[in-house]
Write a protein that binds this ligand. Structure first.
Ligand code: HEM
Length: 349
């Protein structure tokens, strides 16, 4: 019938496409449409609203990882990373950076002993290229789509009657999201480190590395500390010192700079490259030690250089590209919206 009436075919196709689009817009939390919409400015706004609803609005602060300290130092590249990427940072040399240690959560006065995760963000420039990283001390994330994160945030909005999170809603979320299990198991089997200085920090998401011949290699990376990991002791937990992590950092840094190795882990066939909830096996992967991140100075967040930086994980040098992991685009959009709100509130610089 359509062969006889090509105009009808075109109209039918257009109608179907428009109906699909209308459905997508009306059902912004469902399927591929919401992956797109949560990466749009409007979607990012809904996501950041959800962070605020879950933990309160703290004007001038990041809507997640609100508590933190600025730092500065250099990345000493040994040249080995050039094997898989043309990024300027992998050429042998020393590149300055601004960074930030933080703990997860939207409350800037969170107690350090209560957090199970430490984070490190880095903003570097080299040869006109920029690279921003925001890394966590757990190698995987608890959900693999932005929709699931939005759902989790909405489930954790405190009940107005009790002021507490409704355990029934959280339980229902957990049951509906078995992909959370590896993250929870990792937390149960790895006590948090005693400090910021002796934790490893992971990219979590995978990225594509492009070499000089145009070949692509997918990889994740981590910053591996030279300081030995030590688990938080019961005594430290009981001491309940709210600023334990920053105080610890000030005293260890007084003894000399702190050092982490940038380790690139190359994906093997079968590795989940677009799913941040999946661990890669601990065996058989080739790793490249690309150089040393040296932290030399700390600065208060209130007037430090990191305060107004958006550590957007999609600010990448030439020679590194995002994977198709849907978290990445939603992260980029949400960080921009959180940055827009907090810089406006604090007057910016
Ligand atoms: C869709 C998923 C995610 C969303 C919507 C999200 C949201 C946010 C927001 C709103 C901020 C505050 C940004 C700012 O004001 O500058 C933030 C900070 C941060 N996020 Fe995420 N996040 C996501 C996934 C992740 C993942 C997978 C990681 C793991 C590496 C991560 C690590 C961090 C770190 C380290 C910071 C602090 C960066 C800094 O010091 O400025 N996030 N996140």
């Amino acid at each position: 019938m359509f062969r006889k009436h090509p105009r009808r075919f075109i109209i039918a196709t257009l109608t179907a496409a428009l109906a699909g689009l209308a459905y997508a817009v009306l059902n912004q939390d469902a399927g591929w449409a919401s992956s797109l919409s949560l990466s749009s400015p409007a979607g990012a706004s809904r996501m950041v609203d959800a962070f605020e609803a879950a933990s309160g609005r703290h004007a001038g602060f990041r809507r997640n990882h609100a508590k933190g300290t600025c730092l500065s130092g250099r990345f000493d590249s040994n040249g080995h990373g050039t094997e898989i990427s043309t990024a300027a940072f992998f050429r042998q040399g020393s590149y300055p950076f601004t960074g930030r240690f933080s703990v997860m959560g939207s409350n800037p006065s969170l107690n350090d002993t209560h957090g199970r995760l430490r984070s490190l963000a880095v903003a570097m420039t080299a040869g006109g290229e920029s690279w921003r990283m925001a890394m966590n001390s757990v190698p995987i994330f608890f959900v693999n789509t932005p929709e699931a994160l939005l759902e989790q945030l909405r489930a954790s909005v405190p009940d107005p009657q009790t002021g507490a999170v409704d355990p029934v809603r959280m339980d229902a979320f957990r049951k509906a999201h078995p992909e959370m299990q590896p993250f929870e198991q990792w937390l149960d089997t790895h006590r948090p480190s005693t400090g910021f200085d002796n934790a490893a920090y992971y990219s979590v998401n995978a990225f594509r590395f492009i070499d000089a011949a145009g070949r692509t290699q997918v990889a994740r990376w981590r910053m591996e500390p030279e300081a030995l990991y030590a688990p938080l002791s019961n005594a430290q937990l009981e001491a309940d010192d709210p600023d334990m992590l920053t105080y610890g950092l000030v005293s260890t840094l007084a003894e000399g700079p702190l050092r982490w190795h940038l380790i690139l882990t190359l994906a093997l066939p079968g590795d989940a490259v677009n799913d941040a909830t999946k661990m890669w096996s601990t065996q058989g992967h080739r790793e490249i030690d690309a150089g040393v991140l040296v932290i030399e100075h700390l600065h208060a967040q209130v007037d430090g250089a990191c305060r107004d930086i958006d550590f957007d994980p999609l600010v990448l040098p030439q020679g590194i590209q995002p994977s198709d992991d849907p978290l990445l685009r939603a992260r980029s959009a949400a960080y921009a919206e959180s940055h827009r709100r907090r810089v406006k509130e604090s007057g910016g610089r």
